[in-house]
Write a protein that binds this ligand. Structure first.
Ligand SMILES: [Zn+2]
Length: 291
């Protein structure tokens, strides 16, 4: 089964939903680094959340979900672009211990903050920041929607072994309650009964039937989600050039070669003195191109 996100809506009502189920994507993220169990679950949940959030936007670019703090888990970052390509990474601090597995979300990140960045290919970056003041990642993301005065939105997330899943419900703009004023609270209540195993394992049809068998649900086509890192030799060159020639020559003098490993996918990029000289002249391959 490939990873996917699938939209649905409730007939004649202003509420839509999304279901995401990830297995290969989560496996690809977790295979590249060794993480404690708690971090594995959080990475999975965050990956599912990033796909759900990206699906609510009409844009070309990336959505980046990032938590930073001073706790045992220092950073967690997931990026999902409009092609539904996902990459993710976490950094565990030296203060990590077995106990960290049981800390609250806020203690785990040491009173960290959750930043949601929308980075369109054209246009300006937008960033929203919320404190980690809910017990779950889903709860913190709901605060983000409340705080940024976006459409009323609820999120449910679950993580299993090398898998993650999630659901999102959102009231569409132009909400007209009509003769069904109760629909938004009712759908939230129904969805609150979802169990992690159901989110992770049930085929979407079955999941939606189990939750909403009294409602009229229309399911849209599924879209594939995959793990992909957008690092490249060209992008790495740009970062190196920004460090300046003197800095690069220092590293070359010390190490003979500049080795850069992408943290997201472990791809290695190697640059020797000739590469660096060409880079600084802006002449090597495609490296002179800025976009
Ligand atoms: Zn990479």
């Amino acid at each position: 089964m490939t990873d996917f996100i699938q939209r649905f809506h409730f007939s004649d009502s202003p509420v839509r939903g999304e279901v995401v189920q990830l297995a290969e994507t989560v496996t690809a993220v977790l295979n590249r680094h060794v993480y404690p169990e708690r971090v594995q679950s959080l990475l999975g949940e965050a990956a599912a959340a990033a796909v759900l959030l990206a699906s609510t936007l009409k844009f070309e670019g990336s959505l980046i979900l990032q938590v930073r703090g001073g706790g045992p888990l220092e950073t967690l970052m997931v990026e999902c672009n409009h092609r539904l390509e996902v990459r993710a990474i976490a950094q565990v601090g030296e203060s990590w211990s077995e106990q960290a597995e049981y800390l609250s979300l806020s203690a785990l990140f040491g009173n960290g903050q959750l930043a949601i960045t929308i980075d369109p290919e054209k246009g300006e970056r937008y960033q929203g920041i919320v404190p980690l003041d809910a017990p779950t990642l889903a709860g913190c993301l709901e605060h983000y929607f409340d705080q940024s005065e976006q459409l009323p939105t609820r999120i449910w997330l679950a993580a299993g072994d090398d898998a993650a899943a999630g659901m999102l419900l959102q009231v569409l703009p132009g909400h007209d309650e009509g003769d069904d004023a109760d629909i938004w609270p009712r759908l939230q209540q129904l969805t609150d009964t979802v169990k992690p195993d159901e989110l992770l394992d049930l085929p979407v049809n079955e999941l939606l039937y189990r939750l909403y068998n009294e409602e009229q649900v229309e399911l849209h086509e599924a879209n594939d989600v995959c793990f992909r890192c957008n690092c490249s030799r060209e992008r790495t060159e740009r970062v190196l050039v920004s460090l300046g020639e003197a800095e690069l020559n220092d590293i070359l003098a010390e190490q003979g070669v500049i080795d850069i490993t992408c943290q997201f996918c472990n791809q290695q990029y190697s640059f020797d003195a000739i590469d660096v000289a060409q880079m600084m002249r802006g002449g090597a391959g495609s490296s002179g191109r800025l976009h």
